[in-house]
Design a binder for this molecule. Sequence first.
Ligand code: FAD
Ligand code: DLZ
Ligand code: SF4
Length: 517
Amino acid sequence: MPALRLVLGDQLTAAISSLQDADPETDLILMAEVGAEAEYVRHHKKKIAFLFSAMRHFSQALEEKGFSVRYVKIDDPQNTHSLKGEAERALETGDFDALVVTEPGEHRLMEVFKGWEDALGLPVRIRRDGRFICTHDRFDAWASGRKRLTMEFFYREMRRETGLLMEDGEPAGGQWNFDHDNRKRLPSDVAIPERAWVEPDAITRAVMDTVAARFSDHFGDLEPFGYAVTTEDAQSQLDWFIAEGLPGFGDYQDALKEGEAFLFHSVLSIYINAGLLDPLEVCRRAEAAWKAGDAPLNAVEGFIRQIIGWREYVRGIYWRFMPEYLERNALKASRPLPDFYWTGDTDMACLADVIGTTKRHAYAHHIQRLMVTGNFALLAGIDPAEVNEWYLLVYADAYEWVEAPNTHGMALFADGGLMATKPYAASGAYIDRMSDHCAGCAYDVKAKNGGKACPFNYLYWNFLIENEDRLKGNHRLAMPYRNLARMSGEKIGAVREDSARFFRSIGIVPSAERKAS
Ligand code: FAD
Ligand code: DLZ
Ligand code: SF4
């Protein structure tokens, strides 16, 4: 029964369900670099280079195993630049009984695949993605009937299900979560481990040349390129992390440091999301390091929680609530994304640093994404659609199933509190506590108002004022709203005036003025 088997760019593992029963004698595997996927948002150059190179290496590995692979390159003159067009062309090459594909990670593509059976005139088998621990049904069963979808309770189910860090049915160390131990500022005498990057090979170099020529107007730097593009090299990155990064991961998980993008973070999401690493295996390696006494429990638990907790949870949220999820705009945020998100050209040292990192590496760690760029977009009331697009295109690990809940829900509270019990809104004091950015900033983090004051300080209060009707009833914001109620009219006037002046200075016209013009 010859089948055409389509493997997408983020499904690069021989264990993918679409290849489970593949027969090298009869079946054809299709992989295609297409404009539709590379340009539906203008992905960071490094993201495209990583993915195309990883796709090319994976296709080579499949061929070495004896499979027939039809690999369509982006600069193939016959390329139709759509997955459907490439499926049609591939189907013309043989007599196939079915097209087999693993469910895509994005809702828009699932909708496209649903129309293929009619359009292509053969059975299209869309298989479950077995790379996740929690199936859609399992998540729905967990979520149904619950008032609040609290990640912590979901996470405990995943711990029980996988047995990770469990001892006789109880959590190792007597508690489920060591998050309170994971919020340290980085002391100046703690050495940050030196990363072992991967030298680009001839395939990666050829892809980089193509990306430089074809996607020159996309965001981000191509050089230096040091990401792994094969399973073997991704495994070496995992080995490096377990030995060098994991021991300090817990303590400094939330820390920020000027010029240091990676700190003790794993930088593995790129590989896990594309299929080069298996998430459960990554967790088992971390657990083994704890059992061997090579990493403390707070680090290992914190790391495993991100993968079997947050990662599985955001996927569940995405598929349960899409497409309506992205239509929500609970705080009615509508300001345009400031230009400096693209250029990094701002006097705010923290933002300049994170955007610079993002531009160079197509990477930023969680607190950089959540509490610097995310917090700013939240406080400034930036249109969630623009913010979502930015996060989806700038990071090499970004696919909508994981990007959207993190951005729309967690960072922007645009889902109205489905994921977070309160907005992650913070003034400059938070960034000052967790980083060394403020010492070198043009603004004064201690000043609350005036031209030199840290913009996060007055934007924080401006955010609470602008959203008073929507957020005042949130009991977790009772304290700031009590403080706001005690604020003098003069102080509130200064907050509003500083915010309006600041918005004008970054090219955002206040909405009242915009309406009038
Ligand atoms: P580490 O800090 O080393 O964490 C270990 C692993 O845990 C990661 O590799 C990742 O697989 C997983 N993980 C950690 N936090 C999360 C989370 N909140 N959601 C899902 N998985 C998590 N992650 C993506 O993979 N793709 C995205 O597009 C993405 N967009 C984000 C947007 C915003 C606004 C925010 C706040 C977070 C986003 N995240 C996203 C989550 C997180 O920031 C990244 O997974 C993490 O920074 C990747 O770096 P790392 O591999 O060094 O992670
Ligand atoms: C992200 C991406 C890019 C840039 N290019 C391709 C491509 O050319 N061909 C392909 O099969 N996949 C690509 N991808 C990954 C897809 O966008 C991804 O599979 C969907 O977004 C679903 O997660
Ligand atoms: Fe960021 Fe404000 Fe600190 Fe400057 S003073 S680095 S803008 S938090």
